[in-house]
Design a protein around this ligand. Structure first.
Ligand code: ADA
Length: 596
């Protein structure tokens, strides 16, 4: 990839085609290397950061400048790495300085890597956990790759560009809200920007393992192992699960191999989240994972975990933190799960985009089931093929990243999207993509309600395993009669999950009856909702909206002040509202107790 600067120093002032040199080198699911279960060098810590509202750095090619201090410049410059702010990575710029709170634009992140070359044929891959929304990567002046999609990981191969000694790594991250993105420019959460998940560098052998998937077959007597290598070679890999006395070799053709072996593992379940150490090797490369084995399926309107009906008592959660923004620490994730457990939940919906990789890893350990989704939210540009390619890629990257996580039982492909032909084609494509990449899990989406007939009615439902329904009768509608009609009028042929219901409450606001934004009404509302939901003979789960209050610029009354207040707990993640206790006391219907 070349990006030469024209001789005219003022060329950039009139060049609106400045992004052209950075179109090649798109990192996608095809180029992703799953770094889970490998030794990597962390590139987290202090970086330099310079905001760039006008894409000035791309226009002027700031990355091509040398590191010389101002005293040595021959001509003036508009960019000096050392003049940038010292910021931690991972972080969101919005929470670092009050004047950056609402910044939507680009930022240049820089750090240096000291590189000692290993064996001559060694390969080096940079791994990025997440950069919202788009990122361009440069190594000592050379553009080496880019990514779009704000919540999924990507890899950029650096082998040919790392030189012995000091190398300068620069990442231009840009978070503009745009109509052609997923999510588009209008959504009900905060648009954090930055290099907000871990950055790492992996040293890999000349041919390395790109992905591994290890899953229990539907008969629960066999395990299927899939392996994908970096290169289309023939050869042999092997898999080992000591605790099952399992060791098998896998034939690899053109870089891919699969094997199905007999095995009777103890099943993973919320009651007993058993995990096994699994090692997959190819030549000098090895991936080590802790994996749980379980099946999920549907039968009529039942949801089955390990062949047994299960009812999902759940809660939704955003990735949002007063101090850290979209950065999720392990302690934060564990607190989320502690609160979910306290509520008696066995299920969480990770709204509305892929959450940090360690969420599903910790849920695996703790025995919680998850719905993970992509931000195909509200009015996506469904007719735009580039938007579909982006959404499909985000979904594929999410699935590849988390394919070995037993906790994830549902892939969500969208949320409350208006019923058009373009939307149906777009989302049916996503549902088919999920099934193709991962036949072992269920697909769902927050589907539509026909508000004339009060029925669950969505052409997309036929493409999904589970119908999600977000409904706020009693909150956005003045009473619950709509919910009564909806539940009575609908007769779905597959399980339904109420994927959202909730009401706002400002902490400390008290009063009787339908007093909007009061803690009392939030709790009463929830009880009224849950009683109706539990009586339905086809609803198999509920995910209450939601665990914690979160920032949302759409919400500006005195009760909200920039926050969606439907949390059972406040934005401090400590202060419980009345509704927390109401939900804690509520017992879901016994799974399998049906009238059908
Ligand atoms: C929708 C949407 C959520 C949230 C919710 C609300 O159902 O899916 O993201 O915005 O409304 O709080 O009103």
């Amino acid at each position: 990839m070349t990006d030469e600067t024209p001789d005219d120093p003022f060329h950039h002032l009139h060049d609106e085609d400045y992004a052209r040199p950075y179109l090649a080198g798109l990192a996608t699911a095809q180029t992703l290397v799953t770094l889970a279960g490998r030794k990597v060098e962390s590139l987290d810590g202090e970086w330099r950061m310079t905001l760039d509202l006008f894409d000035e750095g791309l226009r002027q090619k700031w990355h091509a400048l040398d590191d010389a201090p101002p005293s040595q410049w021959a001509v003036p410059r508009d960019y000096d790495i050392e003049a940038g702010e010292r910021v931690p990575v991972p972080s969101c710029w919005n929470v670092l300085k009050p004047e950056w709170t609402h910044f939507e634009g680009g930022a240049w992140y820089t750090r240096w890597i000291d590189w000692t070359p290993g064996p001559t044929d060694e390969r080096a891959v940079l791994g990025f956990g997440g950069a919202n929304y788009a990122a361009l990567v440069f190594l000592t002046g050379t553009y080496i790759g880019r990514h779009v999609g704000g919540s999924t990981p990507f890899s950029v191969e650096a082998t040919a560009h790392l030189k012995p000694g000091r190398n300068r790594l620069q990442v231009f991250v840009e978070n503009r809200r745009r109509s052609d993105r997923a999510p588009m420019h209008h959504f009900d959460w905060f648009n954090y920007g930055g290099l907000y998940r871990e950055v790492s560098l992996a040293r890999l052998p000349p041919v390395f393992i790109r992905h591994v998937s290890v899953a229990l077959m539907p008969d629960r007597r066999r395990i299927r192992v899939d392996i994908a290598l970096s290169d289309a070679i023939d050869g042999e890999a092997d898999v080992e699960i000591d605790a099952l006395a399992l060791k098998a070799s896998i034939e690899v053709h053109a870089g891919r191999g699969a094997i199905i072996v007999d095995a009777a593992p103890e099943l993973w379940s919320p009651e007993r989240p058993r995990l096994y150490d699994v090692v997959v090797r190819h030549a000098d490369d090895a991936v080590r994972e802790r994996i749980g084995f379980r099946t999920v399926a549907t039968q009529g309107t039942d949801l089955l975990l390990n062949g047994r009906p299960v009812w999902l008592k759940g809660v939704c959660v955003h990735e949002d933190d007063l101090a850290l923004g979209k950065v999720s620490t392990e302690a934060d994730v564990r607190r989320r799960f502690r609160h979910a457990r306290e509520l008696g939940c066995n299920f969480l919906r990770l709204a509305h985009y892929p959450h940090h990789e360690h969420v599903a890893r910790i849920a695996d350990e703790e025995g919680l089931m998850l719905w993970a989704e992509v931000p195909v939210y509200w009015a996506i540009d469904f007719a735009n093929p580039a938007t579909l390619a982006d959404a499909r890629n985000q979904l594929s990257e999410l699935i590849l990243r988390d394919i070995n996580r037993a906790s994830i039982v549902i892939w969500g492909v969208g949320n409350e999207n208006a019923d058009t032909d373009a939307r149906l084609a777009f989302m049916a494509d996503l549902a088919a993509t999920a099934k193709r990449l991962d036949p072992s899990r269920l697909t769902s989406a927050a589907c539509l309600i026909n508000r004339d007939r009060f029925t669950i009615e969505d052409r997309l439902a036929g493409h999904l395993d589970v119908i999600g329904v977000n409904e706020y009768f009693g909150w956005y509608e003045p009473d619950f009669s709509g919910l009564d009609r909806l539940l009575a009028n609908s007769s779905p042929d597959r399980p339904v999950i109420v994927s959202e219901t909730g009401a706002d409450a400002a902490h400390g606001r008290r009063g009787a009856g339908r007093l909007l934004f009061s803690e009392d009404w939030q709790a009463d509302f929830l009880e009224a909702q849950l009683t109706r939901i539990a009586a339905s003979d086809y609803v198999r789960g509920v995910a209450v909206w939601l665990l914690y209050d979160f920032r949302s610029e759409r919400r500006q009354t005195g009760f909200q002040r920039g926050f969606n207040r439907k949390g059972l707990i406040g934005a401090d993640k400590e202060t419980k509202k009345q509704a927390f206790d109401a939900y804690r006391r509520w017992r879901p219907p016994t799974a399998g107790r049906r009238q059908d």
